[in-house]
Design a binder for this molecule. Structure first.
Ligand SMILES: [Ca+2]
Ligand SMILES: [Ca+2]
Length: 377
């Protein structure tokens, strides 16, 4: 289970400088696979309420902007077929409807079997205290003073009882956050919701195409203008100890609090990270270009196996996109549409959620600019 693996990693690394963390998300140490919970499509495969149709097309995927990381290069041409996409991140209200209908229990709510995960951790990893074997998740807990930015364990705290219903742990709730994005969602949880809703997770290419909102080759979802507090819910001030909350929110914000992009999509920059369907390889773009020189890549679905230096023991590390309320240029400018991050599929954190896409037929009068089959989605 991610949560235990993550806390075991924190225990293993506490007191010793870690490699520079690439972003505000901690690396994981192991992967346990949980079978995705599936229910018959409760809402039907063609439900498109709260979604917009993206006709598809060709765009430049990736970035070599000064804020970009190496895994965003090389920039290459990609074509995606048309698809529907949720206009917002999945909210607490939407996720509650799923749980109410199915009784689904998220990974963060499930107990931990130490023996089961021990074999997947680095040899000699100490067994965490018993309280850390109880259901829980990692919660962002800002220090009150500047800290070494390599020490992600200084702002992530294993919190027994933390889950989507209790975002900061016991004593906290979502009563006044039903229109906020759901958090503490593992990839497996997101897939379970999508299957129930008759939808699926976007591919990484679909997500980036949608996030760009028709602004091909721009740094941000709104263009090349540097980020400001009116653009998105990120972190202002000094990370991780002093958030000025100039954008109005220190953690999640209600969806639609900031302007939509050119496709009418909200929070494609910041608020919470969003899971995609692809496995992650840091060198995936270079591999694509080498295998398909001079031509656009059609409907890429990601590599067969993951290669994630941040999670070296996770063979199925999955992509998430868009950054979160923790993004700050001093540390993690992942609110940019090309920025990539990944985690094992059983990872859940207090800034990680998702949105869905659908392959329902285009609206009347619209045509998908389909390019061809290539990778099926
Ligand atoms: Ca903020
Ligand atoms: Ca987002």
């Amino acid at each position: 289970m991610f949560a235990l693996a993550a806390i075991a990693t924190l225990f293993a690394q506490a007191g010793q400088p870690a490699e520079p963390a690439p972003c505000c998300a901690p690396p994981d140490a192991a992967t346990l696979r949980f079978a995705a919970f599936t229910q018959p499509d409760a809402e039907g495969a063609n439900a498109t309420e709260g979604m917009v149709y993206i006709p598809g097309g060709e765009f430049s995927m990736g970035s070599t902007d000064p804020l970009a990381r190496p895994d965003e290069a090389p920039v290459h041409r990609v074509r995606v077929d048309g698809f529907w996409i949720d206009t917002t991140e999945v909210t607490n209200a939407q996720f509650k409807a799923f749980v109410d209908a199915t009784g689904y229990q998220t990974i963060a709510e499930r107990p931990v079997d130490w023996e089961e995960i021990k074999a997947q951790l680095p040899p000699g990893t100490p067994k965490p205290p018993e309280e850390n074997l109880q259901p829980g998740s990692l919660v962002f807990t800002p220090p009150d003073h500047p800290v070494d930015l390599r020490r992600f364990d200084l702002w992530w705290t294993w919190t027994t009882g933390a889950c989507w219903k209790h975002p900061e742990g016991p004593g906290t709730n979502i009563d006044d956050r039903m229109d906020h994005p759901v958090v503490h969602i593992a990839w497996d949880d997101a897939v379970a919701y999508a299957q129930w809703a008759g939808k699926r997770l976007p591919t990484e290419a679909e997500w980036e195409f949608a996030a760009r909102g028709g602004l091909d080759g721009k740094v941000n979802t709104w263009g090349d203008e540097p980020i400001g507090p009116s653009h998105a819910n990120t972190w202002e001030g000094h990370f991780p100890d002093a958030n000025t909350t100039e954008d109005g929110h220190d953690r999640t914000a209600p969806v639609k609090s900031y302007p939509a992009n050119g496709y009418g999509l909200y929070d494609m920059a910041g608020n919470v990270w969003e899971w995609c369907s692809d496995k992650f390889r840091y060198d995936e773009y270079a591999r694509r270009v080498a295998a398909n020189p001079g031509v656009a890549i059609v409907n890429p679905i990601g590599p067969e196996g993951a290669v994630d230096p941040r999670n070296p023991r996770s063979p199925i590390s999955r992509v998430h996109r868009g950054g979160s309320f923790l993004c700050n240029d001093s540390y993690c400018a992942s609110y940019r549409p090309s920025a990539r991050m990944a985690a094992p599929p059983d990872s859940a954190m207090s800034h990680l959620g998702f949105r869905c896409v659908s392959d329902a037929p285009p609206p009347a009068g619209e045509q998908s600019h389909d390019a061809g089959p290539e990778g099926s989605r």
